[in-house]
Every structure is written in C-alpha cells, then in structure tokens.
Design a protein around this ligand. Sequence first.
Ligand SMILES: *Cc1c(COP(=O)(O)O)cnc(C)c1O
Ligand SMILES: [Zn+2]
Length: 500
Amino acid sequence: MRSEDFPHDIQPYLVPGPEGRLIYRCLGCGGEFGIETLLYICPDCRSVLLLHDPDFARLKKISGRMWRKIFDYRRMLNIPALNGIYRYHEFIGPIMPMDSIVWLGEGHTPVVEASSYLQELAGAKFFFKNDGQNPSASFKDRGMASALSYIKYLLEHEYVDDILAVCASTGDTSAAAALYASYLHPRVKSAVLLPHKRVTPQQLSQPLGSGAMVFEIPGVFDDCMKVVEQLSENYNVALLNSKNAWRILGQESYSYEVAQFFEYDMKNRVIIVPIGNAGNITALMSGFLKFHEIGIIEELPLIIGVQSVHANPVYRYYLEEAPEKRRYEAVHVRPSVAQAAMIGNPVSMPRVIRLVEQYNRIAGDKMVFVVEVSEQEIMDWHLIANRHGHVSCTHGGECLAGMVTAVKQGLIDASHSVVLDSTAHALKFSNFQEMYFENRFPEEYEVIPKPELINAPMLVRPADLEEYPEPGRPLAGKSLDRFIDRVSEEIASRLDLKKV
Ligand SMILES: *Cc1c(COP(=O)(O)O)cnc(C)c1O
Ligand SMILES: [Zn+2]
C-alpha cells in the first residue's frame, strides 16, 4: 500500500527516521561508551557490553495500542528497509538511517502450528517458528542484518575505512557473516574460523560460496573463539561473534515477531530456545522486556532454554536454586547433534545472568527456566517432528525434547501454548539424519537408532532384465515397455497394492 493511503493518524509514524541515541554499556562496571568505534568488550574491565538507549522512555509517549497499530500497518508497506527486522526500527536500531539498512530477506519467518497428531504425541499445544527460512538458513541472519547495517552506517559516515570482518563459528554464524559481508563487498571482506570437522558440509559450503576466507582450526568452537578474541584485540578487524552487541539487538526481532503473531497477547505463552553461546536467549529476554516496558505486551511469556547433557554449562549454573550460591563454571563439551550449540563457555553468560534476574523480578515470578535433554531425545524428537510435516533442524528437535521434559516437570500444562525455535533449516544438519538412518553414529554421541524411525531409499532394479536405461542411453520400443512393466510390478508388490 502507498503511504498516502494509510490512515492519517498512522502516516507520521510509518517510515521512521534516524532518532535518539545508542551507547555501549558495560555489564561489569556500568561504564558507557560511544558507538562511533567498534567495541566488543569494556576497555576498562573487559566485560561484555550491551547496546543501551538512554532515552528509551521517550517511546512511552506513544501508547502501546498505537505501537501495535504502527507495526501492523508497517506490514503493508513495500519498503525493503522495513521488510525485515527494522519493522521494529525504534527498538532494533533507532539511530539507523533507512539507506544504511541491509535487507537480504531475513525476518518474519513463519510460525507453523504442529500437526494435531504431533501435539498429542508431545503432550502440549505448540508451534514451530521456522528460523531456518532466513536467507542463510538460520536465525543468525537477524543479528547479521543488524551488525552489517551498522557497519554500512560507519562506512557511509566515514567513521571507518575498509573493514575486515571476522568470526568464529559452529557453522551458522560464519554462513550468515560471509553472506552479509559479501553483499557489501569490496568495502567489506570477511574471514571465518571453524573447528575442523565440526561443521556440516552444507555449513562449510556456505562461507566458501560467499567468497569468505575460511580457516579451519583443530579443536572445538571454544578454541576458535579464543583465537578470534586474540585477533580482535590486537589487529584492526571487526568482530562478528555475538560478543558484538549489534547482533543481540537484531536478534531481538524474534521476540517482536512472536508478539505480533499472537496479536501481542503473551498470556500463557511459552518460548523455547536452544542455548549455545547464549546470544539468542539473551536477545529473547531483552526483546520481551522492551515491549513490556513500553506497554506493547502486557505479560511476559515463560522462557525455557534447553541444553544437551553434552554441552550444559548454563543448565548446571541454574541447578542451584539459591542465587547467592550459584557458581559459573565452563564445561568441556562432548560431540552433540545440536552441533551449533556445542559450546562449553558461552560468551553471553554475564548477559544471561543479568537478564534472568531482571526478567523474573519484573514478571513477579520465576519465568525463565533451563532444562537438559539427552542426545538420544534430541535426535528422536528431531526426526519425529519432520515425519509430521516440519523442517526442524536438530536444535528444533532439542527444543521439542525440552518441551516434553518441561511437560513432565509440570512447567507446561494444558493452559499454555508453546513456540519452539527451529533455529536452522533441517537440510543443514541432514548428515545427522543420515548417520541415524545408516546406524553410523560414533559411540561418543550416545545415540542408538530406533528401528521405527529409520528410513532408507529402496533400489528397484529387476534382475531379470537385459537392459537398463542410463543417462544419455534411453531405452525404446519393447525393452522400454518391459522395463516399465517389471519396475511397476516390483513397486506394486513392495507396496502391497491391489489391482483396480
Ligand atoms: C548459533 C546457533 C544456536 C545457538 O544460539 P546461541 O545464540 O549461540 O545460544 C542454536 N542453533 C543454531 C542452528 C545456531 O546456529
Ligand atoms: Zn566495564
């Protein structure tokens, strides 16, 4: 719809301009720093930062009801900059001019209700939000759209010259980083560090295809992260890991979209996300808190983070009920099918600790929980979901397994409706499905295939034929007729079909 056709009271708010201020705020010492330079940790105390809008309360001048209308009307606009995460511009990046915004198709991913059969099987009413339907096939695109829009802004305002963007990755961060950086090529170039043999072939092909420099490092993600940190502290590079607070800001769009999908009614809603480096759950809490503060939503949803027993530092931390007794300890990870969450020392842990406390306080009750699931449960529920009409990745399976656990623990009951984050597309992790179907899981994964979940192609090549078609050598005449007859017969017999 064209701007002039929108209701008059909406028109002034439809297309936002740059406004307000953003600053980096340190979670350790509370120090505040300007955003004209790229900063990842506090120069004073080395803690992680979050972006803070010092005049955030100005957004209260517009009522919650009006904000809801603004976002709903923005759905009808045809302005690429506002087609993605910046529909929520005032919350995602108020300082961002429209022409700095990079939009490659990310955001507004579908929320798909689970089949009724699957809901019954799992014991709760639930939906998948398919973040695998983002351009690089994972939710990481949300944060990259924000981080690279900011870099474009810095370049256009000549705060920086050319940029070399670097990140360590469990696979999807590098795919997203390389994609968005390549869009700004040649002023932006990218290099990614991956743990050797710990990303899937699809994930490796993505940054290669985007033209990034790809480095494979022995060890696990946590080792790559240390190298990248060293690089970012000693050389002139832009860090694109979730230490980069702009990524968190962009990922908050997930919360806003969920709220908008449910007409901003968050009563009795539950959101379940996998936890790896803990950027996603940080953004989830932060996003809902902001919408709540401005009165766009009236209630905060229940949030459940899920970790595998093979990579569970956040779960372990919250096992201790008494906050003053909790002690954070990094863990050594073991191989996990939720490979993108195979992280033993999450960078965003200080952000999580801060936000969980704030979230529970504002909600007036304990509203954030972390549950733990086995590799077997992740794999089984991942396959079960996809046998019932979904395209969930293993992490989506982890969320579903987490939901089943939460139902057993009584955290979720019949009054709730649940949104599971399928953080990537199933195809990125099809190698795990393959290992399951072919019973080839290395022992350390601790996954034993269940026969009823296994599927395999069946070759139909009747042995009594003289000739078979081949590419470039088609059959014709009698031999083609005989081929079609015999193959049809064999398929009909295997499917036990009755003649008409
Ligand atoms: C990065 C990633 C995660 C983990 O998210 P964090 O923000 O690191 O906690 C989970 N699933 C997929 C598919 C990912 O790419
Ligand atoms: Zn500090």
